[in-house]
Design a protein around this ligand. Structure first.
Ligand code: NDP
Length: 242
């Protein structure tokens, strides 16, 4: 029976690269998505074409029953869960000054409540020796205007990671978060002018935008045999965008 990984938000962007990388590392992969079923199926087909095992499962990470079903379907299909990567996230921007509580509630629901729900199911289902990986953001350190709700959600994620690592004492399961810097996906690119993209790309000393594969490499390390001694950490994976 192959080791199994669940990747939330794997229909597009960083999650898509993670799903493909973990499949090539030998995991059977559950490709979770919220709305874009066709794109999720495309990821599954690419993995199967490369002789990997994969399944697309729709679930909104902010909904407890849907997250529970995501884990149930994984176990029904593949028999076990070894790695959980909670990559799903959104980044609508809004000034705190405006007091837009709808935007705040939406970001908190998907990024923070979603992480809480996925971490809880992961803690209940991941096998001995497993790995749990959440997603924060390196933008926490920047305090850019309009990032208030998003930074609030990711600060909450960073707070929960070491708590869950402590709760899992004795089960040989690591819990970490990856915190990318600017990475070339819809989430980062949509709504920005070419000038803004250029400026943000130049901020890291490595002077380029991260690519989804840069982040997938680090998730692969954390999920694989060489990552086993990294626990309760936030890995800032950003080319030096500090
Ligand atoms: P994208 O917008 O490219 O992709 C987001 C993915 O999340 C999609 O697969 C989408 O599914 C899924 N998703 C959105 N809402 C939900 C939901 N409620 N339930 C389940 N899945 C959902 O984002 P990125 O790949 O850029 O971001 C991935 C992670 O990396 C996020 O947590 C983000 O905060 C973090 N990050 C990204 C950075 C960047 O610069 N790109 C920088 C720092 C952190 P669907 O296609 O079905 O809508």
């Amino acid at each position: 029976m192959a080791k199994t990984a669940i990747v939330t938000g794997a229909s597009r962007g960083i999650g898509r690269s993670i799903a493909k990388r973990l499949a090539s590392d030998g995991f059977a992969v559950v490709v979770n998505y919220a709305g874009n079923g066709a794109q999720a199926q495309e990821v599954v087909n690419e993995i199967r074409d490369a002789d990997g095992e994969a399944l697309a499962v729709k679930a909104d990470v902010s909904q407890p029953e849907e997250v529970e079903q995501l884990f149930k379907k994984t176990i029904e299909s593949f028999g076990r869960v070894d790695v959980v990567v909670n990559n799903a996230g959104i980044m609508p921007l809004s000034q705190i000054t405006k007091g837009d509580v709808d935007t705040f509630d939406k970001v908190i629901a998907i990024n923070l409540r979603g992480t809480f729900l996925v971490l809880a199911q992961a803690a209940q289902n991941v096998a001995e020796g497993g790995r749990i990986i959440a997603f924060s953001s390196s933008v926490l350190a920047k305090s850019f205007p309009t990032y208030g709700p998003y930074i609030a959600s990711k600060a909450g994620v960073e707070g929960m990671v070491p708590v869950l690592a402590n709760e899992l004492r004795g089960r040989n399961i690591t819990v970490n978060a990856v915190a990318p810097g600017p990475t070339g996906t819809d989430l980062f690119l949509n709504g920005k002018t070419p000038y803004q993209i250029e400026q943000l790309s130049k901020l890291p000393p490595l002077e380029r935008l991260g690519q989804p594969e840069d982040i997938a490499n680090v998730v692969s390390f954390l999920a694989g045999p060489d990552g086993g001694w990294v626990n309760a950490q936030i890995l800032r994976t950003n080319g030096g965008f500090a």
